[in-house]
Design a binder for this molecule. Structure first.
Ligand SMILES: *Cc1c(COP(=O)(O)O)cnc(C)c1O
Length: 383
């Protein structure tokens, strides 16, 4: 079977350099070379989320583990958590926290919109919360939270830890942990970082580490960051749980690739690709779920025009060479989700647009062949 373009919101295509790093020999977690690699990886993770003071943790698992690690280390039973939910992954925080007996309040937006920053401010004034979670990009709806603005509000409530789910953003969209006063930020591997899935990557602020200490004993063993702390501060200094050594090598290379490209350049590239897709698809008669101001640069939610049926479109598209994702929840059948993050290139953007046009033409859909790709190219090549 021919290789398909994976234009889904994770896992995203992985560069050969990362696959090569992944296939290095499996060595001891105490091997000097591996220890050095882990140290560099931890530092590079800090650089990507722009923190100097933060304490990084790289833990075998996935993005969901990151969510749970953030929750269990900052709240205990009976504490109050405010969840800002813009979709499926926002709602997931509620399920996790309820399992630990945490009191959860939710401010949720309609899918495709965001909770107004003013409403968040009002809620925080009304009541005191031990922590607040914000999903930077909710992968189910393709919306990007205005993190910097939200941060300005949260800064005024020093008792509230600011937790950011950045799984679908880190490495593709700017995140300034220190400047924005973020207390816990976490990413996975397989989205905009473009590394195979398998690690949860978190950074805790000093305040978040203090909060962990203030909780005393917590109801998790593996997820207790205090059990990981000495290894993360001094890799090679001992054993807590066997690290996923091959994954560490892969993430090391993935983060190096990000920093080599340069953060600003990389964020701009993501923006350019997103705008190119948006222009091209709109030209073809698709509409985007999210309004312009809150569209994510990493994933798009694209509503079908009349006459195009979800499943047969995605199946034909796949046969033609591009894999996209279905809509989630209430959006199922109405739209498809297109991932455009990580190490994808301009060639893949152009190829995807072309294959979308080919697929539409097989539906007897009325459009001018080349018009979508042309609109995308206007942005790719001229801006
Ligand atoms: C993908 C994703 C997760 C979950 O990550 P997994 O690696 O699938 O466990 C959490 N939050 C967001 C925003 C995501 O996009």
């Amino acid at each position: 079977m021919k290789k398909k373009l994976m234009m889904i919101p994770g896992p995203t295509p992985v560069d050969q350099s990362v696959l090569d790093a992944l296939s290095k020999d499996t060595v001891s977690h105490l091997d000097p070379e591996l220890v050095k690699t882990l140290k560099e990886t931890l530092n590079d993770l800090k650089a990507v989320v722009m923190t100097e003071k933060g304490q990084p943790f790289i833990i075998p698992g996935t993005g969901t583990l990151g969510m749970e690690v953030a929750i269990v280390n900052s709240l205990k039973e009976g504490d109050r958590l405010l969840v800002i939910s813009h979709g499926f992954f926002g709602d997931r925080f509620v399920e996790i926290a309820l399992g630990y007996g945490i009191e959860v309040e939710v401010l949720a937006s309609e899918w495709g919109k965001i909770v107004e920053v003013e409403k968040i401010a009002q809620k925080l004034k009304e009541k005191s919360f031990s922590a607040i979670t914000v999903t930077h990009v909710d992968t189910s709806t393709g919306v990007c939270a205005p993190l910097e603005e939200v941060a300005e509000v949260i800064k005024r409530f020093s008792e509230t830890l600011f937790i950011v789910d950045a799984v679908c953003a880190t490495g593709g969209i700017e995140e300034r942990m220190d400047d924005w006063g973020v207390d816990i930020v976490f990413a996975g591997n397989q989205k905009a970082i473009s590394v195979p899935p398998g690690l949860a990557n978190l950074v805790f602020s000093e305040k978040a580490l203090e909060r962990r200490n203030a909780l005393g004993n917590i109801s998790s063993y593996y997820m207790d960051i205090n059990r990981w702390l000495s290894i993360m501060r001094e890799p090679g200094s001992g054993y807590f749980a066997t690290h996923a050594v091959n994954m560490v090598n892969a993430l090391h290379q993935g983060l190096k690739n990000i920093l080599e490209e340069g953060l600003e350049k990389r964020f701009n590239r993501h923006k350019r690709f997103a705008l190119a897709f948006h222009a091209g698809l709109e030209e073809l008669g698709f509409k985007l779920l999210a309004p312009k101001e809150i569209r994510a640069n990493t994933v798009s939610t694209i509503l079908y025009p009349a006459g195009i049926e979800d499943l047969s479109f995605r199946e034909k598209l796949y046969q033609n060479g591009v894999l996209v994702s279905a809509g989630k929840g209430v959006l199922a059948g109405k739209l498809f989700r297109l991932g455009h993050m990580g190490s994808i290139t301009e060639n893949e953007v152009v190829a995807t647009m072309s294959i979308i046009e080919k697929t539409l033409s097989e539906f007897n859909y009325d459009f001018e062949l080349g018009s979508g790709i042309g609109a995308a190219e206007e942005i790719l090549f001229k801006e």
